[in-house]
Design a protein. Structure first.
Length: 201
């Protein structure tokens, strides 16, 4: 790697300087070059909302679109916190996985209340009841973060309201903690109906 290239590359990502990134890639810098705190370059670009740079990186020869950072997060997970559905679409077209073990992009979209992103990920066959390592589902994340519209959307789309995480909590429990008593009550009624409909089979 030539002198100063690493620092120049990270600085270009931070300011979404696509011409500089293109030049550095052309001169041989690895598109997967890691940021010291944020992880692979594609994730760093997503963190900085450097979407022009992301467009270059996601098609660069040798790019690992789903390479995670030390927290197990991918670029698609980072973008799922935003309303940038078009960027998520391009990531998926270039190999980003919608469904993955442990935390998934849908957890992130649900926690941030990104309605259009949730819709998009579900259209891309995201597993609606994906479980994190501690059994938390996207519905629980939406409830935990008091993202009420996201809760309602996930319920409408068929999310399972009966599930509990390793702390023994359901989405309704999180809603109740936030004072959303009526919605929590409605969710418990839906959970009872869900149990009758599916568990009896």
């Amino acid at each position: 790697m030539f002198a100063g290239a690493y620092e120049d590359f990270l600085a270009a990502l931070e300011r979404d300087d696509a011409p500089a990134v293109k030049s550095l890639l052309g001169r041989g810098i690895d598109p997967n070059t890691p940021h010291p705190k944020l992880g692979p370059a594609l994730i760093a670009a997503a963190h900085h909302k450097a979407y022009r740079c992301m467009d270059l990186l996601m098609v660069a020869p040798g790019i690992r679109v789903d390479a995670p950072n030390t927290h197990g997060e991918t670029a698609l997970m980072q973008v799922s916190l935003t309303e940038e559905v078009s960027v998520a679409r391009r990531l998926i077209a270039n190999g980003a996985q919608v469904n993955r073990p442990q935390w998934a992009p849908l957890h992130y979209a649900a926690s941030a209340g990104q309605i259009e992103m949730i819709r998009f990920l579900l259209e891309e066959h995201a597993y609606i009841d994906a479980e994190s390592p501690n059994g938390t589902t996207p519905l629980m994340m939406a409830a935990r973060q008091k993202q009420i519209e996201a809760v309602k959307l996930l319920l409408e789309e068929g999310a399972d309201p009966t599930q509990r995480n390793q702390s023994g909590l359901t989405a309704a429990d999180y809603l109740e903690k936030h004072g959303e008593i009526e919605l929590a009550k409605s969710m418990r009624e839906r959970a009872a109906e869900f149990d009758r409909k599916y568990r009896a089979k």
